[in-house]
Design a protein around this ligand. Sequence first.
Ligand code: ZN
Length: 333
Amino acid sequence: MSNWAIKCANLVGETGLYRLLCPGCLPVFMIHRIKEVDQPREGVTAIQLRCYLQYLAKQGFKVLSMDELWQHLSEGRKIPSKAVMFTIDDGFFHYQNVAARIFDEFGFPLNFFVITGMLDQKIWPWDHQVTYAFEHSAASHAEIHFPSGVVYSVNLDKRDAVTTMRAVRSALKTEPQGGIYGWMKAELYPKLEVDFPSDIPEEYRPMSWDDARSLRTRGHGVYPHTQSHRILSMLSLAEKREEIRGSLKRVVDELAYIPQVFAYPTGRLGDYDGRDIEELKQTGFSMAFNTVAAYVMQGQDHYQLPRFSLPEDSEDFLQIINRFEALKQTLRR
Ligand SMILES: [Zn+2]
């Protein structure tokens, strides 16, 4: 659709027509990162995020908490047509500091899925370690031996660096994950001629458990997102257990409550499997989120609830919020 047609469709969306045509579908957004205005990375800026929340407040949208979503799903109650929910993954200090404060301004809840090893100040996520390595590499070419033995030849020309980094990060998700952290130090960083940082770099600084407790007292949710962010489908049963049960235990110990919601690392359909879902059920979780771009609806598998990435383009945001996207998905079906 042209920009003009999308703008028109969004104006119609504001009347509530699409919500009327597509009732009972809830957009749950996943915020990747809050970036500075001049950063060339993915993510929304703090200014954009505030604009989105201003729009929701002005239009009278209800921003649901996780408990409210569970009440609707477990009791089979109709999901309100003017509702929305927000999540943010991993547990970086910057998110806690910037995103949560913006949500606080509006009194809206934000749901954090945290890598517990990060809050324990032990690790920073392997996928972000890949980003850091590529951003700091001065090499022009590298032959990278992946954990499976496959050799990946990469051109580090600056013009293609972001595309190359994303391709490597994506390819690594289907590689054996057991020793991924050791592999970074032993293979990726030396090949890209980058010194592995002795301390966690400031931009990847984790929030603390005190920060997490503060979030909960301010009405936000904090839930586990594994211990180390390794891709669950690429782990052994024992490793899956350790990631799921271990992260649950850390949240219980530190926050003194039993969380019942989980989010799969990176969350694409192949990034978790039926054994992970079974493990979540046995461990007492009631809901889990992936990252498939779709609306949450009544009758869905509670262990595979989808989420939209929070769009950087406000017209895309409006399409999802006002359910024009739901109408398009219905027509496609
Ligand atoms: Zn994550």
